[in-house]
Design a binder for this molecule. Sequence first.
Ligand code: PLP
Length: 389
Amino acid sequence: MTEMTALPALLGGPAVRPEGPPAWPFPDPAVQEALQAAYADGSWGRYFGPNVEGLTAELAAYHNAGHVLLCASGTAAVELALRGVKIRAGDEVILAAYEFKANMQNILLLGATPVLVDIAAENWNLDPQQLSAAVSERTRAILVSHLHGGVVPMPALREFADHHGLVLIEDACQMPGAQVYGRRAGMWGDVGVLSFGGSKLLSAGRGGAVLTRDSAIAQRIRLYTQRGNEAYPLSELQAAVVRPQLAALDANNRRRAERVEQLCTRLRKVHGLVPFRNADSESHAGYYKLGLQYNPAAFGGLDRERFCKAMRAEGIALDPGFRSLHLTHSPSRFRAAGELRHATDADARVVVLHHPILLGSSDDVEQIVTAIEKVRSHAALLRDSAALP
Ligand SMILES: *Cc1c(COP(=O)(O)O)cnc(C)c1O
């Protein structure tokens, strides 16, 4: 029995990757060393030590950022960025309708109104063409993320923001170290944001950072977080483990990009799964997730959820993307600029490949394609068996 004729793993057959997706984070001797050093010098249990200071300086140098403020999570970092640029009740903040949910929550938390704009057809990230229709006299800021390997054309956003006197907040949580139109991801914004969450490319389990060249913004954030004690801290131990990962980030980003290129070349011949595409060939995206546009018609009408479940069963970490914000929040909580047609499409059709396999071998990439074709060859069976108890 060949791999193709074998039953799908979801229906009891042998999986393409019986070992499942690679677990993250990978074992890393440099992290182990950092942990041992933090133990040896006692910084693991102290408020202050060499690591928070060291990581702050290293991130500032890496991004040419001037000011770096470490904090408890990427979500907290977005909140601090909004506070740092003085978003207040009654203000409007523009963001894509397909976005990380907490970004909208943070805007609402401050009493401001999210204004949702549509996304671009090629990579389902914020479409700068939609901004003009979104601006009102209450608009104060644009909050934008690079999602699923999709690079947002930041020069156009920067120009638009400057022209209209808006501040730009750039969420680089999914793309640390990426080169976006000649700058590090995060540095097109008046403020940039990073996450060190447990699934992210730089991981301390939890954690985040705010980047800015603007000392007034940095000072406002410090005033908010420093209350005699630090209210949103990143610990010495967390900072210790991020430092060696930052040192390896460029090399790992290059390795992931090579695997993505290999996969995208293979996917050109795979019907019904189109990888997110970027307009600028000089930019180098980062890959926390690789976004793909799923077309159920090319898989015998197999719905996206069932397709992802079947891929998971084969040992490939492929999942549905975000829910779009306009479809999951009451219309009283936001203002929609235009029709949000692509965001409605993305809500139904994004699938994302989780990154750890992208640090694997070219054989790992081949297994992704094998699993896709295996699932396709049994699509009718998978579809019909979904209805069974
Ligand atoms: C993960 C993520 C965040 C927040 O990160 P946490 O550290 O998990 O709070 C923010 N924005 C985007 C786009 C993310 O992917």
